[in-house]
Design a protein around this ligand. Structure first.
Ligand SMILES: [Zn+2]
Length: 308
């Protein structure tokens, strides 16, 4: 029995998770082309959303390595993309695409896996679609496998890790195409995929600490904490609005932000005594990162405030 113990002791503890982000198409392959030349081509949207996803991962998580199959308007072959992911022994492969359909009314998100038998890929795909349909408020068309779809997904078939291909919406649907062509839409989509990825790795790799010290800022320092000798930690939040009467916290406009909103009642004689804020941050810069998203999600006048 003892050799089993010894053998398992030799397996190096995994300390980093590697994700390959694959912006679909590129270069001479534009993917779907809209008739309206003012709108971005699929390859451009894929790259924007993919880079935003990578940025969210790098800003908010530690011990995760992000590798892209392309970061510019080039076209790595499908074989190259697969080869790269397999060669570096990535743990996850996330391909980003936008969809098209002959019928203009078809809209919504889809996340593809090679086979419904690959449990880990299906779990990640389900998580992505869950985030799309809940906090991102998109229409989810669900998880699809090779039996459902119309085009070949080589990148899913030959990659040897957990792999999904996300179809962020239909460029043939006017409303969805307009949405995907806004920074706001791209950020909501990217943040949904980010949350799904984060939730998945946190569950799978319980021994790795993914939480960046500054990303844990959500917890305000308790008063009288031991380290009061140090310079007091600064705290920031994003104020989105105020009101005279308490508003319903499950309002659609709050949900659209994609981040939890807190309501605080001020002990003041002022009329607007209910304050609505998002997040707690230890630096103004980290608050500003989310501020952009909050502003583009309907609260244009939101701003960062320092909490005393
Ligand atoms: Zn595509």
């Amino acid at each position: 029995m003892s050799f089993i113990v010894i053998a398992s002791g030799l397996i190096a503890q995994k300390t980093t998770v590697t994700v390959v982000i694959d912006p679909g198409h590129g270069g001479t392959d534009p993917g779907f082309l809209s008739e309206n030349t003012k709108l971005l081509q699929e390859k451009e949207l894929n790259l924007l959303i993919a880079k935003q996803l990578g940025a969210y991962i790098e800003q908010n998580l530690q011990n995760v390595k992000v590798v892209y199959t392309r970061t510019d308007d080039s076209f790595p072959s499908l074989e190259d993309r697969v080869y790269k992911a397999n060669a570096i022994q990535a743990d996850y492969f996330i391909s980003i695409h936008c969809n098209a359909n002959d019928q203009k009314k078809v809209h919504g998100t889809e996340t593809h896996v090679h086979s419904l038998q690959s449990k880990k890929s299906v779990a990640l795909a389900k998580e992505v679609e869950k985030e799309f349909s809940t906090r991102a408020a998109r229409k989810s068309r669900g998880v699809k496998d090779s039996d459902d779809r119309e085009h070949s997904l080589q990148v899913l078939k030959y990659t040897s890790m957990t792999s999904v291909l996300v179809e962020c919406g239909f460029l043939t649907n006017d409303k969805e195409s307009n949405y995907l062509n806004t920074t706001y839409g791209q950020e909501i989509i990217a943040s949904a995929v980010y949350r799904a990825f984060r939730n998945t790795i946190v569950q799978e790799f319980t021994s790795i600490d993914f939480v960046k010290p500054e990303a844990t800022a959500a917890k305000p320092k308790k008063e009288g904490a031991e380290d009061t000798k140090k310079s007091p930690t600064e705290k920031y939040t994003i104020q989105i609005m105020s009101s005279k009467e308490p508003l319903n916290m499950s309002a659609e406009s709050f949900k659209k932000i994609g981040l939890p909103v807190s309501r605080t009642k001020l002990t003041t004689t002022a009329a607007y005594k209910y304050l609505y804020t998002v997040g707690t941050y230890t630096t103004r810069d980290s608050a500003k990162e989310d501020l952009k998203m909050v502003q583009s999600n309907g609260f244009k006048d939101a701003y960062v405030i320092k909490i005393d």
